[in-house]
Design a protein. Structure first.
Lengths: 272, 112
């Protein structure tokens, strides 16, 4: 086996593909390179880069989006929401609406209250004034935290499934499948505290989606992701939306805003 | 146009081109890359061509079959599925409208 082939196989394994599929892809690549009369490196480029492209090509959604049925319902509605901590006004009179199947982005300067707004939507903090109406079944991916240092990814899946009175086995199966779609294979025995920042954030994203929520709240969910996982995440967000979930995302990746239905801009902080 | 010039244009259109080529006849990778080059679209690297074919396969627009070759190793032949034919028809119409608009904006139609 050439080095290219070994590297290709290794990279595909890391991306969660099953051994039979890897054999087949490796065999295809070697035959195609032979057909070109060149070494695989010359036809496909570096093995790791090619494996990443191949793995992404295989993760395209096969299913067509569900046909829209009537007027989509409202998944989240904020009316005149303000938040102050003592004399510091963090949010002033924010109103927004996210409908089913809609992706809405929250943008704004650092310190303008984006994360606070998401916590208010999630219900982890109360607004000082205004009302929040939303569907009951919500997934929340915080910017940091959200995972328990000493539990393995699989234990997280079991815990989150149990919290919704779902079977643990089902939680693990769905969690593993969702991880694969982000190009990640959860390690069997490593606790979350030992995972890299990017990998822990992937766990966070999987946990947010694990129970198939009707509303997903994402706070800069791709911190520490490599480029492939970043692209996969946006593809996954598109899929959530296509299946009718409402998504509210805090982001400063302004280059991705062509993907969103609406952008809500928060005002820059006044007193700093 | 040389290959350097066509690359950014082709970026979003490679899958459409492949659907078009496969709509005309079923084919394998090396021959598809030759047909793209013959059409004046330059050398498409294998690292771009084959993942595009895989993507079309994953989305169900194309299916593939390995067949023995007389000259070397077996070849993977690609052909359009029913969905692929429908998609090609729709995209072809979209492309006609879009390219007509671009030509109008660029003033190409007026000068001709």
């Amino acid at each position: 086996m050439s080095d290219w082939s070994a590297n290709f196989r290794h990279a595909l394994t890391e991306r969660g593909l099953d051994p039979a599929r890897i054999d087949q892809l490796d065999c295809d690549a070697l035959e195609q390179a032979a057909d070109h009369g060149l070494a695989p490196e010359q036809v496909f480029g570096p093995a790791t880069v090619y494996a990443d492209r191949v793995a992404r090509a295989l993760r395209c959604p096969a299913a067509a989006p569900l046909p829209a049925q009537g007027e989509p319902g409202c998944a989240l509605r904020l009316t005149g929401v303000s938040k102050r901590y003592g004399r510091r006004q963090v949010l002033r009179d924010v109103s927004l609406e996210v409908r089913e199947g809609e992706l809405v982005a929250v943008v704004g300067a650092n310190g303008c209250g984006k994360s606070t707004l998401l916590q208010i939507c999630a219900g982890t903090i109360r607004p000082s004034s205004g009302t929040v109406e939303r569907v009951a079944h919500v997934g929340y991916v915080p910017q940091t935290g959200g995972t328990a240092e000493l539990l393995t990814p699989v234990e997280h899946f079991q815990l989150f499934a149990a919290a919704r009175s779902d079977s643990r086995g089902r939680g693990v199966a769905i969690g593993t499948q969702l991880a694969t779609s982000l190009g990640w294979r959860p390690p069997a025995s490593q606790p979350a505290g030992q995972l890299s920042g990017g990998t822990r954030q992937k766990l966070n994203v999987v946990l947010g989606e694990l129970s198939r929520p009707d509303l997903l709240l994402l706070d800069e969910p791709y911190q520490g992701f490599d480029y492939g996982a970043y692209v996969d995440l946006w593809a996954q967000i598109d899929r959530w939306r296509e299946t009718g979930a409402a998504v509210l995302i805090v982001t400063h990746m302004l280059g991705e805003l062509h993907r969103v239905d609406r952008v809500v801009e928060l005002d820059a902080p006044k007193d700093c | 146009m040389n290959a350097e010039a066509t690359r950014p244009w082709l970026h979003g259109l490679l899958e459409l081109c492949l659907l078009g080529l496969l709509g005309a006849q079923r084919d394998y990778g090396l021959s598809l890359s030759g047909r793209l080059a013959d059409a004046g679209l330059g050398d498409v690297p294998g690292g771009t061509l084959y993942p595009a074919l895989l993507r079309l396969e994953t989305t169900g627009l194309v299916r593939s079959q390995r067949e023995p070759s007389t000259s070397g190793p077996p070849r993977k032949y690609f052909e359009l599925t029913e969905d692929g034919r429908d998609a090609l028809e729709g995209l072809r119409a979209e492309w006609r409208t879009f390219s007509r608009s671009i030509n109008t904006v660029l003033g190409a139609e007026a000068r001709r």
